[in-house]
Design a protein around this ligand. Structure first.
Ligand SMILES: [Zn+2]
Ligand SMILES: [Zn+2]
Length: 422
């Protein structure tokens, strides 16, 4: 019997995993500068949370969720995105009683039963942030600036920021009405999904990736012509804050996002190098979702970063680096191997990275392995040297070498690393 990973899921192995760690640690560093604290929610929730939070007529809820009855017959779902769970936790734990804004970030696996293709997986990873409690346009601008700093620190620069406002519950109905009017004569030309969207959520026709639907959208009503005074002012303020921060952006009036509860600002960060699945970051305002979950009216804004796509961009940029050992312990002989184990533990306790060969292979092959690992120093331990209470050392970068007293190894190691200026 041969076992393999499920279709559409993937292992993240070294050295690729170092890229992932770099993304995660950079996110922690940057997000904490902006006052975001980590929140960890379960990967499994009641199905109703996602039906409510994402919208029952969305592709995710209709076709892509890992939903199944648990052993007691309750419908449960592996989370397909992060926001619904965070909002559920925010309301359930009364976090709205804390002074606004409350800012949280999360990271972890999400699950969608999609057709696997380049850039799409069934278990995929997202880092996301959610900020609750403020409608101020500065919040929108700050979040977009934060993600720009984050991406910049990862060494990526060829990304573009796309923005739109999709209005609010007051002004959106008239825009939806105009869309319905525009598409009513073209229904037979639209894809089957869009014909359904036309009935339940016409806004999402703007989001369709099918070529024919893209063509049919030419000349469709623009949301900017329908925004109410408040929404127009909010969007204008967001843009002027971005200008003040010297953040370049493009306005994309088709940017509606696939989820139902977005209000006002929507945005994406895209990279042409990724081909058709080019969004690396997607986000927006969802001023009504907390209320939908039974909380008090609470404006909110969030975004999610697709880790696979970000890691793919960084791989092309060859950003990967793996930590190399400080010492490689090469031991020859039974007693020497045992002594090597003890020395390795002592050095690790000092915070050093130690690799060792316990396989009794030749000195030459052990040193070859030390080279491959790019170790800085080798300690050469043989039964003969042990008899005289000494070990040999070699600097694998410059070839210098010498001997050290086994009893004085601590002081010797300290001197090596202070000499190296570290
Ligand atoms: Zn409005
Ligand atoms: Zn379509």
């Amino acid at each position: 019997m041969r076992y393999s990973a499920l279709k559409g899921v993937h292992d993240i192995l070294p050295p690729e995993v170092f890229t992932w760690q770099a993304i995660e640690s950079t996110a922690r560093e940057v997000f904490s500068r902006y006052g975001y604290q980590e929140i960890r929610t379960p990967v499994i929730e009641q199905t109703a949370i996602f039906e409510r939070g994402i919208g029952e007529t969305t592709d995710i809820v209709e076709k892509e969720m890992y939903t199944f009855p648990d052993r007691a017959g309750r419908s449960v779902t592996l989370r397909p995105e992060g926001t619904a769970s965070v909002v559920r936790a925010y309301v359930e734990n009364h976090l709205h009683r804390l002074p606004p804004p409350q800012k949280y970030f999360y990271s972890g696996p999400m699950f969608r039963y999609e057709r696997p293709q380049k850039g799409r997986f069934r278990q995929f990873y997202q880092i996301g942030v959610e900020a609750f409690g403020l409608t101020a346009p500065e919040m929108d601008a700050e979040m977009i600036s934060m993600v720009r700093v984050f991406i910049g620190m990862l060494g990526l620069s060829d990304l573009s920021f796309e923005l739109n406002s999709i209005g609010c519950e007051i002004c959106r109905p008239s825009f939806t009405q105009a869309l319905v009017g525009f598409f009513s004569g073209k229904l037979t030309e639209l894809c089957p999904d869009c014909r359904k969207r036309y009935e339940v959520n016409p806004l999402r026709i703007l989001d369709c990736k099918v070529d024919r639907c893209t063509e049919m959208r030419h000349g469709s009503p623009k949301v900017s012509d329908f925004l109410c005074g408040e929404c127009t002012r909010h969007f204008g303020d967001v843009l002027s804050r971005l200008d003040a921060l010297h953040i370049p952006y493009v306005i994309n009036t088709n940017l509606v996002r696939g989820l139902d509860y977005y209000t006002r600002t929507t945005f994406e960060v895209t990279c042409e190098r990724l081909g058709s699945q080019k969004a690396v970051v997607a986000g927006g305002r969802y001023n009504r979702l907390v209320e939908e979950f039974g909380g008090p009216p609470t404006p909110a804004i969030g975004l999610a970063v697709g880790m696979e796509r970000l890691a793919a961009l960084m791989r092309e940029d060859a950003w990967t680096a793996s930590p190399s050992p400080d010492f490689f312990i090469a031991a020859l002989g039974g007693r020497a191997i045992e002594e090597g184990l003890i020395i390795a533990e002592k050095l690790r306790a000092r915070g050093l990275r130690i690799e060792a060969a316990y396989d009794g292979s030749s000195l030459k092959s052990q040193l070859r392995r030390a080279d491959r690992l790019a170790a800085r120093y080798a300690l050469l331990i043989g039964d003969d040297e042990l008899g005289s209470g000494r070990v040999k050392w070699r600097n694998l970068r410059d070839g210098s070498q010498g001997e050290a007293e086994l009893g004085g190894l601590d002081g010797f190691v300290s001197s090596l690393f202070s000499d190296a200026g570290e």
